[in-house]
Design a protein around this ligand. Structure first.
Ligand SMILES: [Cu+2]
Length: 112
C-alpha cells in the first residue's frame, strides 16, 4: 500500500527533475545580444540571433534615440546617453527597427 501511494510522488519528482534538466540548459543557452547606438547609427545594422534572444540597445550618443519596431511590436521610450532598452525576440522572422526621431536610422534583426 505504501509503495503504491509513494509511486505517484516518485513519478512527480522524476518528472520535475526531468523538466529541470530540460529547461535549465534551455535557459542557459538563451542568448543575449547588445546593439550599440552610436553616431546616429545602430551597430551592427543587421544582427542575426536565435529565437529567445534578449536584445539590448544602448545609446552612446549625446542625443536621445528611440528603438521602434516597424511592425509595432515595441517602442522604447526616448533613450538618453547611457540608457538601454531590451526586447526578447521569441519568434523567427525579420524585424525592421528604426529611430522615430531620426527615421533614417534603420536596422534589422533576423531571428532564426
Ligand atoms: Cu535617433
Amino acid at each position: 500500500m505504501t509503495t503504491i501511494l509513494r509511486l505517484p510522488k516518485l513519478l512527480t519528482g522524476l518528472a520535475l527533475i526531468a523538466t529541470l534538466l530540460t529547461v535549465t540548459p534551455a535557459l542557459l543557452a538563451q542568448n543575449a545580444a547588445v546593439v550599440s547606438i552610436k553616431h546616429f547609427m545602430f551597430e551592427p545594422m543587421s544582427l542575426t540571433v536565435h529565437p529567445g534572444t534578449n536584445v539590448t540597445w544602448k545609446n552612446f550618443d549625446g542625443e536621445p534615440h528611440l528603438v521602434v519596431s516597424a511592425d509595432g511590436l515595441f517602442r522604447s521610450p526616448a533613450l538618453d546617453q547611457g540608457d538601454t532598452f531590451s526586447y526578447r525576440f521569441n519568434k523567427p522572422g525579420t524585424y525592421s527597427i528604426f529611430c522615430s526621431i531620426h527615421p533614417n536610422m534603420r536596422a534589422t534583426i533576423v531571428v532564426r
